[in-house]
Design a protein around this ligand. Sequence first.
Ligand SMILES: Nc1ncnc2c1ncn2[C@@H]1O[C@H](COP(=O)(O)OP(=O)(O)OP(=O)(O)O)[C@@H](O)[C@H]1O
Ligand code: SF4
Ligand SMILES: [Mg+2]
Length: 313
Amino acid sequence: MDEKRETLLRVEDLSVCFEGKNYVQAVEHIDLEVRAGDRLCIIGETGSGKSILLLAILRLLGPTAIVTGRAFYRDRALFELTEKQMDAIRGDRVSYVPQGSGNGMNPLLKVGLQVAEPLIAHRGMKRRPAMDRAVELLRRFHLGREEALARQYPFTFSGGMRQRALIAMGISAGAELLFADEPTKGLDETRVKLTAEAFNELEGQTLVCVTHDLSFARSVSSRVAVMYAANQIEAAETEELFRHPLHPYTKDMLAAMPENGLRFRPGYAPAHSEEKTEGCKYRLRCESCREKCKETPPMFDVGGHQVRCWCYE
Ligand SMILES: Nc1ncnc2c1ncn2[C@@H]1O[C@H](COP(=O)(O)OP(=O)(O)OP(=O)(O)O)[C@@H](O)[C@H]1O
Ligand code: SF4
Ligand SMILES: [Mg+2]
């Protein structure tokens, strides 16, 4: 069954660096494959390269970013398309809800119209049915009093409400691939749960979601990739990863989850992408470090669970 699902997104050896006063390797040699219906969450601490990875795939980085590698949406090589072709894909087939997008709505347009706009522009719907559909979408994200809210301007919404309205907008035209960057940032626990529910109710949508909310990742994803210092260091089916983490970093991170007291063990400090570590990037913080770790570990496959650590050679 798995083999039959189409591949919607394939990323091969993707790297991004910023050259300037300080050289930053933001993303390094990332490979990803996302099939129709997959729900992939990319987790990792702040600065690990999650947002830059999404922005690179969508070709939304500025000119200071040097991007190498390849990315495909279906069989289309994204880095070879013209700007116009890329715009068409971004508007129609793929939608993207950026990080911190709570403030990203047009202040001059009523919220309902903004949610309905992709339906009118990309699906040729008339305004009235598109507005009805917008209300329905807002309802999915449990904003409350949705019909009235659809007629209001964004400034009357809280940041969290705008964030959820943007997700509704992102999915309104039925794009088959949704990229969401930190969709729960700034939401209280109840709203996080409601957002998770709304994501879980999306039918036929393939999701690539970046988050550092591990509980949220666990509740909405079918697969998780872990990033550390620009590298993907582990990937597995969600429950497998949470129950049997293999990489020492993932184990440390899960042990530091809020329900475990959000405490990294003494001596732990987050890595910075400016920091140059030869060999395994986690070497200076890893309690299992050995001589071999001065060499860069490849990704090892342990029964379908991928891990970049010499312990699994
Ligand atoms: N325009 C830029 N120029 C130079 N470095 C940058 C630029 N944008 C991002 N970076 C660096 O790239 C690295 C990865 O950043 P990124 O925003 O992808 O992290 P992240 O994992 O999304 O973190 P967060 O969880 O805080 O959103 C960071 O070290 C960041 O400082
Ligand atoms: S490769 Fe070595 S340093 Fe890196 S995580 Fe594994 S044991 Fe630790
Ligand atoms: Mg980010």
